[in-house]
Design a binder for this molecule. Structure first.
Ligand code: HEM
Length: 438
């Protein structure tokens, strides 16, 4: 399976070219961000990496080393053994029934933000989508309106996210902004620890009347750990993880959805018509609408397919290990790539074509050639905990945006180049022309 090794070449640091060149091989050695890495494309190899030999690997260095100061030992970055327990405790907050309770908050933040867009003015799409998702996660996690409040948490999170991006894209700028970044990190830590202390003093979620995610984290227990609470440090790490894990990924999924619609006006006509027929005079979508908006769901899935925000799933061998019959040394980094899988002809017909109808059949995912043909949320024991929430959140936001505004390309506007940073972002941003609808 490893016969087709592609010679490593030095590429532009932030380009998907190495993935595109290696897409046809079962596996290939590529150079990404200056580091030799093994990319596995064959579904059996991906299964071996993410499922069968999951315990022999930790997350890739970007998460398990670079993101450590920010995310500590939270779900995304923490070691496998701690992760098993943490997932048991945290997953219920993202179960289907629980997530339904978040719908009114999601719709409210989307509505408020879109209502503030100036009549028929250009819209900075990534910025707006990040603001909406930041508002939502702030409210769900801390019961704080980060967009309205002057607490500074929103600004601090933005500084931290920009630093993470600069580390990859503009290392010199990252070094220069180390001071403000450290101050932002200390500020966020102080704020989180203050809130943790207040909540602990007030007692359990039920008696304290608190129902946000921070309270759930603080008072979560499970049978296996004999009813013990998480330490304050771990609560802080998980809170940061949910903040950042759920923010940028969803914002980019929405950004690419709105770009694809703007670039395909006939598809946009159909999506707007579906939303209008279901919402009628209402300006805001609710949970009950979503089942009747399958085309719009298909738009979001196509955005995740063509521009998967998490474009690689990275692992690093904890010990010498066999993979596909080849011996990997300890420390070897291995990627599985949703970006590659989603664009392979053996997985999708006309893979580069944007076609929301391919998801119309509710069984469409199960009918794909294999489990990893569509893998925007990863796979195996470290699969995304927020996948269901992300679908519901994005569906509600898109419906609310489309009901109120039509977004179009300006004449001559080119497709943005996807830039592989922590997530797949439009390299030069994305400004679309807005037109308010009746
Ligand atoms: C479109 C949106 C999203 C995408 C594309 C996405 C993608 C992913 C992927 C691919 C992974 C697996 C990473 C790996 O195996 O190394 C992951 C893990 C994770 N995601 Fe998401 N995610 C999204 C939304 C969310 C949301 C909304 C939340 C929570 C609020 C969230 C929280 C997490 C956490 C905590 C993990 C770590 C799970 C673990 O390692 O056990 N994600 N996500």
């Amino acid at each position: 399976m490893f016969q087709q090794l592609i010679p490593a070449t030095l590429h532009d640091r932030c380009s998907l070219a190495p993935f595109e060149e290696a897409a046809h091989a079962d596996s290939a050695e590529i150079v990404f961000f200056g580091r030799k890495t093994l990319l596995v494309n064959h579904p059996d190899l991906i299964h071996e990496l993410l499922v069968e030999k999951a315990t022999a690997f930790r997350k890739g260095p970007l998460l398990s080393v670079n993101a450590r100061p920010l995310l500590g030992k939270g779900l995304l970055t923490g070691p496998n053994d701690l992760n098993r327990r943490q997932r048991r405790v945290i997953s219920p907050a993202f179960a289907h029934k629980k997530v339904a309770e978040y719908a009114p908050i999601i719709a409210r933040y989307a509505q408020q933000r879109v209502a503030g867009w100036r009549e028929d003015a250009p819209v900075d799409v990534p910025t707006e989508m990040t603001a909406i998702t930041l508002g939502i996660i702030g409210e769900l996690l801390l019961s704080v309106d980060l967009l309205g409040a002057s607490e500074g948490v929103g600004e601090a999170i933005t500084i931290l996210m920009n630093f993470a991006i600069d580390q990859q894209r503009a290392p010199v700028r990252a070094v220069l902004s180390a001071g403000p970044t450290l101050r932002a990190l200390l500020f966020i830590n102080r704020t989180l620890y203050q809130r943790i202390e207040q909540r602990r003093r007030r007692g359990t979620g039920a008696s304290g009347g608190e129902a946000d995610l921070l309270s759930r984290l603080l008072f979560a227990t499970d049978d296996v750990t004999g009813g013990a609470y998480m330490s304050d440090k771990l609560v802080r790490d998980e809170a940061m993880t949910l903040f950042l894990g759920g923010l940028e990924t969803v914002a980019m999924g929405l950004t690419w959805s709105l770009f694809l619609l703007a670039a395909h006006p006939h598809t946009a006509d159909r999506a707007h018509a579906e939303v209008d027929a279901v919402l009628g005079e209402r300006q805001v979508a609710d949970l009950g609408d979503l089942e009747q908006l399958p085309y719009l769901q298909g738009v979001f899935k196509e955005a995740l397919r063509l521009y998967p925000p998490a474009y690689i799933i990275a692992r690093q061998a904890l010990l010498p290990v066999m993979l596909g019959g080849r011996r990997l040394r300890r420390g070897q980094v291995v990627f599985a790539s949703p970006y590659v899988q989603h664009r392979r002809e053996e997985n999708f017909s006309r893979p580069l074509q944007f076609d929301p109808l391919r998801w119309q059949d509710p069984d469409a995912e199960r009918q794909l050639p294999h489990r990893y043909a569509f893998m925007p949320f990863g796979g195996g024991p470290r699969v995304c905990v927020g996948g269901h929430f992300a679908y519901m959140e994005s569906h509600l936001i898109l419906a609310t945006v489309l009901r109120q505004v039509r977004l179009s390309l300006v004449p001559g506007q080119k497709a943005p180049v996807p830039e592989p940073l922590f997530t797949l972002r439009p390299r030069d941003g994305l400004i679309l022309q807005g037109k308010r609808r009746g």
